[in-house]
Every structure is written in structure tokens, then in C-alpha cells.
Design a binder for this molecule. Structure first.
Ligand code: HEM
Length: 400
């Protein structure tokens, strides 16, 4: 897009914006909150009118909406209409509080830490199969790694991970599939997790589904439908997001050969590169809330019962919070980025995503003294409204 292009908020859900949203955020942020066309007529089964929402793009508005979960609720009017309703992330207190306490018992740091040697092996196996001259790192690495890890975490047999990938893609695909095709795939996924939950109830194993079946807080536990809902959520929330963190990070580094050389010498910078990637090219771009009362943000009155879109990606590039936001820099205070959200819905999988990114960085740094763009052009994804990342990212990987 040229600097001359003037866009309207109604273009925010178009493929061009999904593929490269940042110039649009720059234009629209100062007018935010802006009312925009979130979904075209027909995108939600039975809806003949377009669906409109309020886009929050300023850091202060995003942060305030995330912290103020009584006014900006997650169980909004579209939950369950485009895709099955997701547990936890589309729940509000008290249901959310009870659920989060139970899953916190099962999804522990210890469980993630015990997986580290296994994740490192999977990362290295994937790298062993890559050709150094030029490889699409999305297909060869960034896509399979998180999905294999989630399958292992849940206790799903290795060969079924391809199915998980298909279900997860379908769930997130808004424009490339009919509502009927999506519904069929979602039913298949729910039936699969239902069978897994009953199998684990009959006989436990060393996995997250068993831990969920066994989790108990003050005499309360999860029923099968809640376990199915949580498995779906982990699959959807943890798969494509981490894929895009890895892809975006490798793309950023391929364009900065000096930074790559610096990292080779000083691995203590790895964690900062990961956090700045999360801010600079946030893998999770936007999510809906709904207002429970009239509320004023940045001088704009948003009526009660309005759909609101939280733009994590735009907030993370707000110059009022991050000076020179369009520069990738390692000397910032990154503790306040909202790439993993904030408040009661703060990402449960953030420690796992960070571990996967760290293992990836060290594995690539160990093997490749040079990281550069390949000859084939890279392509950004343009179908999912939620995530920002590459569909393909060909890289030339210089072997030691
Ligand atoms: C780079 C990778 C990831 C990013 C950028 C990301 C981002 C986010 C964000 C922004 C939220 C907050 C949503 C809201 O405000 O309502 C969230 C919630 C959540 N994420 Fe992640 N996520 C990532 C990886 C993961 C992984 C690996 C898992 C699990 C395996 C996971 C599981 C969850 C769950 C369960 C929630 C809902 C928490 C709640 O509602 O209480 N995420 N994530």
C-alpha cells in the first residue's frame, strides 16, 4: 500500500489488511475507537446484515478493556455462531474463574518443563530433514512443531497430528470455506476429543487430558463437554499462534543479518528478540468482546451491547506506549506488550510458546551461521482474521 492510500474502517476485515495490517492501523489508530464492518452479510449463518463492531487500536483503550472484564465480556453475541463456542476464552466469571482454576491445576509449568528434552528432539528432527539451500520454513518447521507438541501434550497418537492440523485450520478459516464445511470439521473434532476423554476416564495416561479428567478444586471437577471444549481451545489457541511467532521471528531475523551475527555471539539476547517479535509482529491480532453498559473510551461513547474488537497488534505499535513503534529494537521495556493479552484471560500457554520459541532460536543458531530470505517470494496468510503470519517463508540456510 502506498503512503497516499486512504482506507476506511470497513476494509479492516479484507484479505489485504489481514496480510499486512500495520499501515492501516497507523492510519486508523488516532480515530480509534472506530466503528467498522467486522463481517460481511452471510458470514454468520442466518445473518442477512453485515456485523459491525468497534475497533480498539490505542494501547490505553485495549489495556483498559482487557482489565475491565465486567464491562467488556468475552461471552459475546457471536460466540458459538461462526464456530463452536470456546470454553474459557469465551467465558466470563464465575464460570471462567472456576474453569481457569481447574485447568491451572492440569496445565502446569512442571508439565511444560518435562517436555523440554522432547521438544528439542522434535525441533532437531525437523531441521535434519531440511535442505540448506532453500526451504519453506513454515511447511518444514513452524507448522509441524507446535502441532506435534500439542498432540503430545494432550496425549494424542503421533499419526493423528495431521487431523488436528486440519481441524485447527478449518476452525480459523473464515473466508476460504463454507459454513457447512466448517461445521462438519468441527463436529469431527468434538467427537474425537469426546472419545479421548472417555478413554482416559476408563484408563489414565501421562497426559493433559488425564490431568483434566482428574483435576479437582474444592470438590469440583470438569465434565466431558468441558474437557472437549478445553482440548479444542488448546488446539486452536496454541497451534497457529505459535507457528506464527516462530515464522515471524525467522522472517525478521532473515532481514537483519547483523542481528543474526550478534545473536551467534551473545545468546543472552534470545529472550529479548522473542519478546520484541511478539510486540512488533503480534501473532494474535484481534479478538471480540461485548459491552455490558455504555462506556466512553478516548472520548468516544460505545453503546451497551456493542461488539468490540481488541486489536492486540495495533496496541503493540502505539507510539504513545512504544516510541518509534515501527522499529524492531532490543533496547525497549517490553514488559507491557499485550501480545498474550492481560487480565483474567492472560494466555495460559505463554510459557509453552516462549519455550518453543527459545528452543527454535537455539537450534537454528547452532546450525546456521547465515539466515537469509530465499529466492522464492514469501506469502503472508490472508484468510484468518485472528492471526498474523506467513503462509510460506522460503529461507536460505547457510550451514556451518
Ligand atoms: C505465540 C503464541 C501465543 C499467542 C500470541 C497467544 C495469545 C493469546 C492471547 C492474546 C490470549 C488472550 C485472549 C483474550 O484476551 O481473551 C490468549 C489466551 C489463551 N491462550 Fe494463548 N497464545 C499463544 C500460545 C498459546 C499456547 C501454546 C496455548 C496452549 C497450549 C495457549 C492457550 C491459551 C488459552 C487456554 C487461553 C485462554 C485463557 C483464558 O481465557 O483464561 N496459547 N492467548
Amino acid at each position: 500500500m502506498s503512503a497516499m492510500t486512504v482506507i476506511t474502517a470497513d476494509q479492516l476485515s479484507s484479505p489485504d489488511v489481514i496480510a499486512n495490517p500495520y499501515p492501516y492501523y497507523r492510519e486508523l489508530r488516532e480515530h480509534s475507537p472506530v466503528n467498522y464492518m467486522f463481517l460481511q452479510a452471510g458470514a454468520v449463518a442466518g445473518a442477512s446484515e453485515p456485523v459491525r463492531a468497534w475497533a480498539l487500536m490505542k494501547y490505553t483503550d485495549v489495556y483498559s478493556a482487557l482489565r475491565n472484564h465486567d464491562t467488556f465480556i468475552s461471552h459475546h453475541s457471536l460466540a458459538g455462531k461462526i464456530a463452536p463456542r470456546l470454553a474459557l476464552i469465551q467465558d466470563d466469571p464465575p464460570r471462567h474463574t472456576r474453569f481457569r482454576r481447574l485447568v491451572n491445576k492440569a496445565f502446569t509449568l512442571k508439565r511444560i518443563e518435562t517436555l523440554i528434552p522432547w521438544i528439542t528432539n522434535v525441533a532437531n528432527e525437523l531441521l535434519d530433514e531440511m535442505t540448506p539451500l532453500e526451504e519453506d520454513v513454515m511447511q518444514a518447521y513452524a507448522i509441524p512443531l507446535p502441532i506435534k507438541i500439542i498432540a503430545r501434550l494432550l496425549g494424542i497418537p503421533g499419526e493423528d497430528y495431521i487431523k488436528l492440523k486440519r481441524w485447527s485450520d478449518t476452525f480459523l478459516a473464515f473466508s476460504s470455506m463454507t459454513p457447512e464445511e466448517r461445521a462438519l470439521s468441527n463436529q469431527e473434532m468434538m467427537a474425537y476429543f469426546g472419545r479421548m476423554a472417555s478413554t482416559r476416564r476408563a484408563q489414565g495416561a501421562e497426559d493433559l487430558i488425564t490431568a483434566l479428567v482428574e483435576a479437582e478444586v474444592e470438590g469440583e471437577s470438569l465434565d466431558d463437554s468441558e474437557i472437549i471444549g478445553f482440548c479444542m481451545l488448546v488446539l486452536i489457541a496454541g497451534n497457529e499462534t505459535t507457528t506464527n511467532l516462530i515464522g515471524n521471528m525467522l522472517g525478521i531475523l532473515a532481514d537483519r543479518p547483523e542481528l543474526w551475527r550478534q545473536l551467534q555471539k551473545d545468546r543472552s539476547l534470545v529472550d529479548t528478540v522473542i519478546e520484541e517479535t511478539l510486540r512488533y509482529e503480534s501473532p494474535f491480532q484481534r479478538l471480540s468482546r461485548q459491552t455490558t453498559r455504555e462506556v466512553e473510551l478516548s472520548g468516544v461513547k460505545i453503546p451497551k451491547d456493542s461488539l468490540v474488537t481488541i486489536y492486540y497488534g495495533a496496541a503493540n505499535r502505539d507510539p504513545d506506549e512504544f516510541p518509534a513503534p515501527d522499529e524492531f529494537r532490543l533496547d525497549r521495556d517490553l514488559r507491557n506488550h499485550v501480545a498474550f493479552g492481560a487480565g483474567i484471560h492472560y494466555c495460559l500457554g505463554a510459557p509453552l510458546a516462549r519455550v518453543e520459541a527459545q528452543i527454535t532460536m537455539h537450534a537454528f543458531l547452532d546450525r546456521f551461521p547465515v539466515l537469509a530470505r530465499g529466492t522464492a517470494p514469501s506469502v503472508r496468510q490472508s484468510t484468518s482474521l485472528v492471526v498474523f503470519g506467513y503462509q510460506s517463508l522460503p529461507l536460505a540456510l547457510g550451514k556451518a
